[in-house]
Design a protein around this ligand. Structure first.
Ligand code: ADP
Ligand code: MG
Length: 831
């Protein structure tokens, strides 16, 4: 059904104008006055005319110009929510969906029953709702239920410049839904709003719109912002840098709010804590510290307590020292090594004791410190919009939600760490993880712009201008820098079978789509394409395989399809809790403390620091635990998770055992989430994840290895055979279907010395050699049974598959690199 709709004609941009209605809104004088100052108000006529005359309209305007809060009101007043349809607005971030709905309700003097929000796990939508803010993911799920989105008369896609995958897909879908609706006499409008002018991907895109939709520009006042770069090469400890910079600004520069950009929630909390300790409120003053520890776990508190007891002899830092620093750039060297570095709370120098800190700090001008990040409770978020208590200076410590999603009033100083935490998809493994990386020039400039909303401002960049010069100009559309098998699976779940024909604003590469489809078929998530018909027909069928029931279940697990497959198989032999733990650990990736702090000069790695040596020792010990069990590195992960949970998952335990505490906490959260997901798909399974798992039996380990093989089947490798060893480069090497060169088991692997004949790996990382990580051994006889799709019997020369089962039952890997070229595997072998 949907497939057909997608092939239908493209948007016709001209429509007859519609009658003008006016629905009065009763706003307070104060609100009315504030609104009139917003640049978007000057464009109301232009925007509404464009909307009346066109099914799709693009609106560009600087952050803070009033797009998000005002445009839904324009539409409401013009009667777009007065019939049966409502106004829907999507945001890529939850924080924006929630806070904007509250704000608009307040501005319009309407209850949250009328102006509501819906995010993944919560919402306040009622039958009276007329304006609905939601995350883009929520609307995508709604498309699944009702392709025509009949509840809505208007959809506004906000923050389109962020180019989040869901936003991109929604624009693609809506470019088809809107004309369909209009054809059926159920008129619908689409508004795309962006904070940058770079909208050609939406407008000049013949795949999306036949005639480019009109673009309305909103001119915003912007005061000049002076940019200050750091002189030196940036330190890794940008939280510490930020702290020092704020201290200096607060002590030495004229009044005006400070906005700090960091990358994640933990960093935000950490910096807030330090700042509050450095510039505390006196008793009787406004209480701002109450929301501070929202996040800190019981374990962390105990850890700190224990550490504090131990650490009495630690030197205390003299906080007044900061005021003695000159305010020019490049002075940070002085503070090098002060050691605020441990993001997870071992900032012992300040302790948790405000009294102690008060002695040292000069609290004459209190700093009103507020955190701001996506998952912060709405009441806490709302605080950043209120004026700070009299006589204080506002300091908002934010993640990049403050970049364009939310506008904080009266910011004069911006401190920018230059980094962003991004979802990173490993092209080799498809594993999703979050990584901190440099942001783009466009983002850095957006951040700087936050300082010039109300008066001229300053932006302090915690990196040098040379580094800035190396930033990419714009952040790429998320969709181009990741494998797409999970996305393809989601779209198939929407019954969009021909993903190649989908009107993406920016298309993933054809190879990426083909590879995704092939992988999904081999995992059983898509139905196999027919093997009859002409070559062309088969070719076409191969790129439009419908989803299978297994695929539907897999689509509901929040992990990449290979791992989803493992979960789907996990019930056997009561393995599910172990599968969940292993999948969680693999998704979080590095569970061990980082051996090599990114140290640019790679050659010096021969000099092992003490820390490094100790960590390597710890890794060996962990690997030794599972040595006889060929689950290999995955057993090591499972062992680490198990042991850590038995010890109560404390920071102390992790530190002593070379594990990354943050990773372990994340794994715990993910285990809970995956357990819920499995239970939701299959209530009768009724898994309950006991944090304290008992170790798996030997039977279960074998079963686990097989489940892992079934999920990572395309990551199979075989040790080179004697005949290949003529070339010394193959010594200890493995052959894989995709590569012509040998790959090796990583030295940190538990199986580094064992060198099993057949293994599956989680990923290949290229450094001095091509190394496989996350290695697990498999038995040869499992392969034809569990991966029939990759096997073939007959002459190796005719086989399209790299794995060849001869009639004697031996399996060879031959002709590397034929696999993807030749295409689809043949039916199961008979042994
Ligand atoms: P845009 O979407 O163009 O970036 P917004 O509509 O989000 O702009 O914001 C317009 C103005 O409304 C900004 O000046 C912002 O400070 C103000 N604003 C937004 N939310 C709130 C709130 N909850 N409380 C007070 N002011 C707010
Ligand atoms: Mg906005």
């Amino acid at each position: 059904r949907n497939e057909k709709t997608l092939d239908q004609e493209k948007v016709d941009t001209k429509m007859p104008p519609q009658p003008t209605i006016f629905i009065p809104v009763d706003r307070s004088a104060e609100i009315q006055e504030a609104r009139l100052k917003l640049p978007v108000l000057a464009e109301e006529q232009v925007i509404m005319e464009a909307v009346r005359e066109n099914p799709c309209v693009v609106i560009c305007g600087e952050t803070g110009s009033g797009k998000t809060t005002q445009v839904p009101q324009f539409l409401y007043e013009a009667g777009y929510a007065s019939g049966s349809g409502i106004i829907g607005i999507t945001e890529p971030r939850r924080v924006a969906a929630v806070s904007m709905s509250h704000r608009v309700a307040k501005e319009m003097n309407l209850s949250t029953r009328v102006v509501s929000y819906q995010i993944r796990y919560e919402g306040n939508v009622t039958s009276d709702t007329k304006i609905k803010f939601m995350t883009d993911g929520v609307l995508l799920k709604e498309v699944q239920k009702d392709f025509l989105l009949q509840r809505y008369s208007v959809i506004i896609i906000d923050e389109a410049h962020e180019r989040s995958v869901y936003t991109d897909i929604l624009i693609g879908l809506l470019s088809r839904i809107v004309p369909l609706r209009n054809k059926k006499g159920l008129p619908m409008k689409l508004l795309v709003m962006s904070a940058t002018l770079r909208v050609e991907d939406f407008t000049d895109n013949a795949k999306l719109f036949r005639t480019p939709p009109p673009v309305t520009k909103v001119d915003a006042r912007q005061f000049p912002v002076t940019i200050h770069f750091n002189k030196r090469t940036p330190m890794e400890d940008y939280t510490g840098d930020a702290f020092q910079k704020i201290c200096k600004i607060h002590r030495m520069l004229p009044p005006g709010g400070i906005l700090v950009f960091l990358t994640g929630q933990a960093e935000v909390h950490n910096l807030c804590r330090k700042l509050r300790n450095a510039f505390p409120f006196r008793k009787g003053n406004t209480t701002t510290g109450e929301d501070e520890e929202g996040e800190t776990s019981e374990a962390m508190r105990k850890f700190k307590k224990a550490k504090r007891k131990k650490a009495v002899s630690l030197p205390r830092i003299d906080l007044d020292n900061y005021s003695a620093l000159p305010l020019d750039e490049g002075d940070e060297d002085r503070e090098a090594g002060i050691g605020y570095e441990d993001e997870d709370g071992s900032d012992l120098e300040f302790g948790d004791d405000p009294a102690g800190a008060e002695e040292k700090a000069d609290p004459s001008i209190p700093l009103y410190v507020l955190p701001l990040y996506s998952l912060l409770a709405p009441e806490q978020q709302a605080k950043v919009f209120r004026p700070p208590p009299p006589g204080t200076r506002l300091c908002v410590v934010a993640t990049n939600v403050a970049e364009t999603s939310l506008t904080i009033p009266a910011i004069k100083y911006v401190v920018d760490c230059g980094r962003v935490k991004k979802r990173f998809y490993d092209r080799v493994t498809g594993v999703s993880s979050f990584k901190v990386m440099w942001t783009s020039q466009a983002s850095a400039n957006q951040r700087a712009g936050r300082a010039g909303r109300t008066e001229p401002g300053h932006c302090y960049r915690l990196y040098s201008s040379a580094v800035f010069g190396d930033f990419t100009l714009f952040s790429e559309a998320e969709i181009t820098r990741r494998p797409v098998e999970d996305l393809v699976l989601q779209m198939k779940d929407l019954n969009i079978d021909k993903v190649v024909n989908f009107p993406f604003p920016t298309s993933p590469s054809a190879e990426a789509l083909v590879a995704a489809e092939q992988l999904l078929v081999s995992l059983g998530a898509l139905k196999e394409p027919p093997r009859t018909g002409s070559v062309k027909e088969m070719e076409r069928a191969r790129l439009s395989c419908p989803i299978s029931p297994l695929g539907r279940a897999m689509a509901s697990f929040p992990v990449a399809p290979r791992y989803a497959k493992m979960l789907a198989l996990g019930k056997q032999q009561d393995c599910l809790p172990y599968v969940i733990a292993v999948v969680a650990a693999m998704t979080v990736r590095e569970i061990f403390e980082d051996l090599d702090r990114p140290d640019r000069s790679e050659d010096e790695s021969s000099k092992l620091t003490q820390r490094r040596a100790r960590l390597i020792q710890m890794r060996r010990l962990w690997a030794g635990q599972g040595a006889p069990l060929l689950l290999g590195d995955l057993m090591v992960m499972l062992g680490a998770v198990g042991a850590c949970e038995f010890a109560g998952c404390t920071p102390m335990f992790c530190e002593e055992n070379g594990l990354r505490y943050k990773a372990m906490v994340e794994i715990r959260k993910l285990r809970g989430q995956l357990t819920n997901a499995v239970n939701a798909v299959c209530p009768e399974v009724g898994v309950f994840v006991n944090p304290k798992m008992t170790p798996p039996t030997e039977h279960q380990v074998v079963c686990l290895r097989q489940i892992v093989l079934a999920g990572l089947g395309d990551h199979l490798a075989r040790r080179v055979q004697a005949e290949d060893l003529l070339d010394p480069k193959w010594k200890n090497g493995y052959k894989t279907p995709l590569l012509d060169d040998p790959v090796f088991i990583h030295p940190s692997s538990a199986l580094f010395k064992t060198l099993p004949e057949f293994i599956v790996y989680q990923e290949i990382m290229e450094s001095t050699k091509m190394y496989m990580r996350g290695v697990s051994a498999v038995e040869a006889e499992w392969i034809p049974e569990l991966l029939p799709q990759y096997c073939h019997s007959g002459s190796p020369l005719e086989s399209p598959s790299p794995w060849f089962c001869s009639s004697t039952g031996t399996i060879r890997c031959h002709r590397p690199s034929t696999f993807f070229r030749v295409g689809w595997p043949l039916p199961a072998v008979e042994m």
